[in-house]
Design a protein around this ligand. Structure first.
Ligand code: ZN
Length: 438
């Protein structure tokens, strides 16, 4: 008998490995935060003596979701301004609110709220872009969730920095501080082509190559963005980025609702990653990302919620369903973005985009125990012919019962173990009053 930390005994294990295997009546063994074995349950009980054994009858285990694009702290602006197009929403509501309210304390509480919501919906890793990324990293580490923290860069002054050079300088300092953190990685996060000029972009691209970290950017989010760029620069934003040398496997291009065939071809050739945010794109009426065309071209497409101010939730189960449904409309093909594809976009494809697929993104021996358990024997997902179909097309996040990150049990029977929910809600209420009164 081998002694291990934890043995999980679910009905199904949805591995999201290369063969998309779904195993029935198998157990998953965790030791020192790592998946050390996946084997038939009968065999597991003979082979392992676990300090904790959890029987999960009627449950499926799946890899924790990777929310590949969000602005966690913006949870405090959830519902502040709805039913508006992107630029009006940004310029008349979000940017003024940020100028007035966003500070370190705001980011602390907003990020805690976002992480609490993400854990309660099965997300174990998020790719963030916001001010005070030092605070985001600190909160994520304290709670124990995995994160890629965006080193934000924007041309104009904000509470975080005064000019592009200062943003880059502070980003580099933070990257240095975080280098040895096991759960936190970093990416440069130039906000968008229309808010970051050539000189800082060039600097970022050189640094990203030197440091081997991704560049995470909103690109081609709306037709207006593309048309305005043509007016002012004579080029589509992707053309300009391509000339700067930005198209590479380091690029995490978010949204991409406006793409023509030669752009898709060059993104594929250069190995860039794309993050699709179907609900944010629908809510801001930004446009349709041609997801199936991108996948057919061999591009890695991941999935993100965007911030809670434009979604308005951080629910990757809902996002998978939206991606699958919207993908069919975008292609006018019911076979487009099938359930398995949507699940891969929400898990392993995100890990690939963030460059952490050797660590997470699927349930395989040797990877970190970043796992969620979903209860599928409830009314809402019965009868059950295919667990992946239920997961994508029928299940709700309330059915997520347990979550582990690197083997740490962060959600236990829907209770958060590393967040004080009562004091978090009190802090959120204080911010609501402050923002409401202004
Ligand atoms: Zn965004």
């Amino acid at each position: 008998m081998t002694i291990i930390d934890t043995l999980l005994e679910p009905r199904w294990i949805i591995t999201v490995n290369d063969d998309n295997e779904v195993l029935e009546n198998h157990s998953l063994a965790i030791h020192n935060g790592v998946i050390v074995d996946i084997l038939p349950t009968q065999q597991a009980s003979k082979q392992y003596q676990a300090n904790n054994t959890l029987q999960l009858e009627g449950h499926a285990l799946l890899p924790g979701f990777i929310n590949s694009h969000t602005h966690a702290a913006m949870s405090l602006y959830r519902g502040l301004a709805d039913d508006l197009p992107l630029m009006e929403w940004l310029q008349e509501h979000i940017w003024p609110a940020e100028q007035q309210h966003t500070n370190q304390e705001f980011v602390k509480v907003g990020t805690q709220l976002a992480i609490a919501e993400m854990l309660r919906s099965g997300t174990t890793c998020f790719n963030d872009m916001y001010f005070f990324p030092d605070e985001t990293a600190k909160i994520a580490t304290e709670i124990g969730i995995r994160a890629c923290v965006g080193l934000i860069v924007i041309d104009f002054p904000t509470v975080w920095a005064n000019d592009a050079d200062e943003y880059i300088h502070k980003g580099l300092q933070l990257h240095d501080q975080l280098r040895h953190q096991s759960l936190i990685t970093t990416a440069f996060a130039p906000h968008a082509p229309y808010t970051v000029s050539d000189a800082p972009l060039q600097k970022i691209l050189t640094l990203s190559e030197e440091l081997d970290i991704p560049v995470h950017m909103h690109i081609h989010e709306t037709t207006d963005e593309v048309n305005d760029a043509i007016k002012t620069t004579g080029k589509r934003p992707l053309q300009r980025l391509s000339e700067l040398g930005a198209l590479s496997p380091q690029l995490i291009a978010v949204h991409m609702t406006q793409l023509v065939q030669n752009e898709i071809d060059s993104l594929a050739t250069q190995g860039a990653h794309i993050v699709h945010c179907p609900e944010s794109n629908q809510k801001l009426a930004s446009g349709l990302c041609p997801v199936q065309d991108l996948l057919d071209a061999g591009i890695n497409v991941a999935l993100g919620t965007d911030g809670a101010a434009s979604n308005n939730d951080l629910d990757m189960l809902g996002e998978m369903r939206s991606a699958a449904l919207l993908g069919k409309i975008a292609s006018m093909d019911a076979q487009a973005v099938n359930a398995t594809t949507a699940l891969r976009m929400a898990t392993i494809n995100g890990a690939k985009a963030l460059g952490i697929d050797v660590v997470t993104g699927s349930l395989e021996v040797g990877k970190a125990a970043d796992i969620s358990a979903i209860q599928l024997n409830s009314i809402e997902t019965q009868p059950l012919y295919d667990p992946v179909s239920q997961l994508v097309y029928a299940a709700g996040r309330e059915q997520i019962t347990h979550v582990w990150v690197a083997g740490k049990h962060l959600l236990n029977s829907r209770k958060l173990t590393s967040i004080d929910e009562v004091s978090l809600l009190a802090d959120v209420a204080t911010w609501q009053i402050r923002i409401n009164n202004s």
